[in-house]
Design a protein around this ligand. Structure first.
Ligand code: HEC
Length: 158
């Protein structure tokens, strides 16, 4: 039986490594590795006009900056793939999704748009309760808030 690294050991390693924030540390309960192998979304250096320190009451009240250039292609899809669909994917059956509720899936743009308010409330702007371990940095959460507030557009929508 392969042994998993002790999370306390990983935390100690993080203290000693300057670049620790770059790669999310898989949680003990995260048995799916689909998201772990995806490309680094932060490599897509997309400027954001979102305010990383803002505290919005709801997605409905979160403004969409007029000059937003965030799209599914340059932000939304890689973000969801990196941070969410390792657990929230229709192909993952009960027992393979680390407890993510069945039916709460984000592998398509339609599903993301339909659940935008719920996604925002858990992972965008000041909200950081998803993923359960290792929430994305504030600037990425602000980008998520901006992209969702703008209607989760694709490049063709802009
Ligand atoms: C490691 C697995 C995992 C990852 C990755 C993950 N989630 Fe979750 N998610 C869960 C679990 C477990 C629950 C149920 C417990 C809870 O609600 O806190 C959940 C619940 C949710 C819920 C509430 C669903 C409901 O109907 O109650 C939303 C919304 C959600 N996640 C969004 C996201 C978003 C957005 C991301 C990416 C930013 C994400 N999750 C990443 C495991 C995960």
């Amino acid at each position: 039986m392969p042994s998993r690294p002790d999370p306390r050991l990983l935390a100690l390693l993080c203290l000693s490594l300057a670049s620790c924030t770059g790669d999310p540390v898989p949680s003990d309960s995260d048995t799916n590795t689909a998201a772990a192998t995806t490309t680094d979304a932060s490599a897509t250096a997309v400027p954001t006009t979102g305010d990383a320190t803002a505290d919005y009451p709801s997605l409905a009240e979160r403004p969409c900056p007029e000059d937003s250039i965030l799209t599914a292609e340059n932000f939304g899809a890689p973000f969801m793939l990196t941070h969410c669909t390792g657990c929230h994917h229709v192909a993952l059956k009960e027992g393979g999704r680390a407890g993510a509720p069945l039916g709460v899936d984000f592998e398509s743009l339609d599903k993301v748009r339909a659940q935008a308010a719920q996604i925002w409330a858990r992972a965008a702007d000041q909200n950081a309760t998803m993923p359960p371990v290792g929430p994305p940095p504030a600037d990425e959460r602000a980008q998520l808030g901006e992209w969702l507030a703008c209607g989760a557009p694709t490049a063709a929508d802009l």
